[in-house]
Design a protein. Sequence first.
Lengths: 175, 319
Amino acid sequence: MKIILDSKEIEQVLGDLTNSIIADTPPELDIAVIGIRSRGEILAQRLSDRLSTELSKDVPCGTLDITLYRDDLNSPSSNAQPHVRTTEIGFDIDNRIIILVDDVLYTGRSARAAMAALIDLGRPRAIKLAVLVDRVGREMPIHADYVGYKTDVTVGELVQVNLVESDGKDEVVIE
Amino acid sequence: MALKRKSKQFKWHRKHLLGLRELSAEEITYILDTAKGFEQISTRSVKKAPPLRGKVVVNLFFEDSTRTRNSFSLAANRLSADIIEFTKKDSSVSKGETLLDTAKNLEAMGIDIVVIRHSAGGAPRFLSRNIDACVINAGDGFCEHPTQGLLDTFTIRKIKGTLEGLKIAIVGDVAHSRVARSDMWAMTKLGAEVTFVGPPTLMPTEIGRLPVKVSYSLDEVIEKVDVINMLRIQFERLGGNPFPSIREYSHYFGLTVERMKKAKSDILVMHPGPINRGLEMESEVADGRNSVILEQVTNGLAVRMAVLFLVNQAAAQSK
């Protein structure tokens, strides 16, 4: 096990992501943050808090469950049974810039599913992808707009994001 | 996209939903939790999600139904499945085809899930043993109507938070009610105390072996309960003369405005529908502020989506 980001570095990375998002977004446009369950949900909340403070306006935050949009639901090879949870987005996504947040971008399949799920909820002005860790191994033509940390770990390794809210402490480790 | 953590989460493994009697409290809770994730599909701009795309669901109804059949159709539609509607009236059953032949023929067309309602108790189980498709019981004889039991339980849980410790009365024609039985299994397994209320002639013969209390007086029960579920008098099933007259039944077991005055102020009034207005329930009560009858219908959709999704998942993973 190797720690690639400790709690201080995660804070730093979230600060950088916040600044990049602000620099990229025209101030007159409405912006909202939506996290993919479950780690993305926590990161989205933190980003929305930072954006709200920096921009001195409310940047709403929502949670997206992508289970029903996964592409492996009917493939017998999937051994981990997906659990359907709630999508909680208490605002209209139409015409907003949506910052879609996930902990790790790997195959790109979650991001694809998340985009399909979002489009069934309305028509955002744009969807931008923000991730804490970007690792190689894409299986879909998808890239992140905002990347906290890039790593080229090999296929057999596991990038695990631990967060205070769900795991007791902030750190990103490779196992 | 694989789960990053090896969670020891519960795993659903049933490809058939035949009844609630055989389910554990954990399984029932899992269905109800899963159903929460399906509620929002019905409220958003595109009321459809893709998990059952390419699957075929057949509604195989040997008894009349509007609510349950439409609810299953809409649930399957919202999950992007294709639906075949099959009713006894306009099918080969009226030409003498057996249940198994009908099902085998449908299966030969490549169906994935059969939703069956049949007047014979045990018909869904019989089917599940003889065909490969998933089977969901939408009501069999006087035995079970599991999705109704689940949606009733879901409705109570959503409003009251939990079933644990609640007192629930199920009133009326219990003997002929599969709803009463499925409700009883789900609600008692989740920790509620269920009382069957009605005239002795409408109590099931096996009542002594069921995990319920029995009362022959609605007036004695009404003030104590948190939830009251009024069953429909099923005139089409009543044999003999279980009560002297409709008026007398109504007088003793109808939910009237007068009787509601004795109830807790936050009592939930439920009815599986269709209501005989003025018989088991006065219109003012059916449409009153304690009534959750229409919420039951709405919740039924989410619960049926969850059940369709789960049996299909179990089938996919057992391949």
